[in-house]
Ligand binder design. Structure first.
Ligand code: BG6
Length: 294
């Protein structure tokens, strides 16, 4: 569907469609609570600006907007596995949802944008299950991102997932992340060793951790911007915290060498022991709610 058709069928006083980065279609939600842009490629939230506030999300200046590629920043949808495929390293990292074009569908309520992904020949060739994904984005006092995954196969399947949120911050050494104290994490930088820490997380080097068995909301306290971002969640038992620091930033083609100072990922996830099993005909809902604490 081209932009004209999208606008004709789905636009409303709070929703419109326009050309986004890379000449690709973008949905824009705008109301008294602020604005949010969502690329149809990957159902990828690219920006969220609460009214009267700085942008909440970060996108790399070097992000690539191309078919088959994931966008660096915003909120990539990772599904049905998080990070590397559990048994086959030739599979795309973070699953099959973030690199495909999603369809706009009728929302269940106003204030929503609703997008849908069903199997394609490509997805079927690497992951044989039948599924339906719906991503609903609601702009209210918080930005709510709701991923509903339905099993349309005749057998159960396992699904890992993440709403892999990249947050805009003043400076990496000016923030602390709260809510994961005394929670077990798998340290991807230390041979998946399990550990816990008593203090809020502060950053002076690369961090790549999967916190498991936690439903806690996280707070990103930013002394530089003098604000706190709240990341609340439902249907999620893992939280991933990631900053690549300069070494990994340099190794990524779509990430500026010095950009690691202005971002942090706090990801609403189900990974490792928290991967969910979805029975035939059933579904699972993963939800993140992003807001600024006053
Ligand atoms: C994080 C992982 O969630 O995503 C990191 O924990 C990974 O290990 C990062 O480097 C980015 O992944 P990708 O596939 O988008 O480069």
């Amino acid at each position: 569907m081209d932009l004209q058709e999208l606008n004709k069928r789905f636009s409303s006083p709070i929703l419109s469609f326009a050309e986004g980065p890379g000449g690709r279609p973008l949905a824009r939600l705008q109301n008294e609570y602020g604005s949010a842009d969502v690329a149809l490629h990957g159902a990828h939230v690219l920006s969220y600006e609460p009214a009267g506030n700085e942008p909440v999300l970060w996108v790399s200046q070097k992000a690539i907007y191309e078919d088959g590629k994931a966008i660096r920043g915003g909120i990539p949808v990772c599904w049905p596995w998080f990070a590397d495929h559990p048994s086959d390293s030739s599979m795309p990292a973070h699953g099959i949802a973030r690199t495909q074009s999603w369809k706009v569908i009728e929302p269940r309520a106003n204030r929503h944008l609703a997008l849908q992904l069903e199997p394609t020949d490509w997805s079927h060739s690497i992951w044989p299950e039948k599924f339906e994904l719906r991503l609903e984005i609601t702009l209210g006092p918080a930005l709510e991102i709701r991923l509903e995954a339905a099993n349309k196969s005749n057998r159960p399947f396992q699904a890992g997932a993440a709403l892999h949120s990249y947050f805009h911050i003043s400076r990496i050494n000016a923030i602390t992340v709260h809510g994961l104290e005394n929670t077990t994490f798998i340290d991807k930088l230390d041979n998946d060793r399990e550990a816990q820490e008593a203090d809020p997380i502060s950053f002076d080097r690369e961090i790549d951790r999967i916190y498991v068995e936690t439903e806690a909301a996280c707070l990103i306290r930013d002394a530089g911007l003098n604000r706190t971002i709240r990341v609340a969640k439902e249907g999620s038992r893992s939280t991933v915290v990631w900053n690549p620091w300069i070494g990994k930033a340099r190794r990524m083609g779509d990430f500026g060498d010095d950009e690691y100072v202005s971002m942090v990922c706090v990801e609403t996830t189900n990974a490792e022991r928290d991967v969910v099993t979805i029975q035939p005909g059933e579904n699972h809902v993963l939800m993140a709610r992003l807001s600024i604490d006053s």
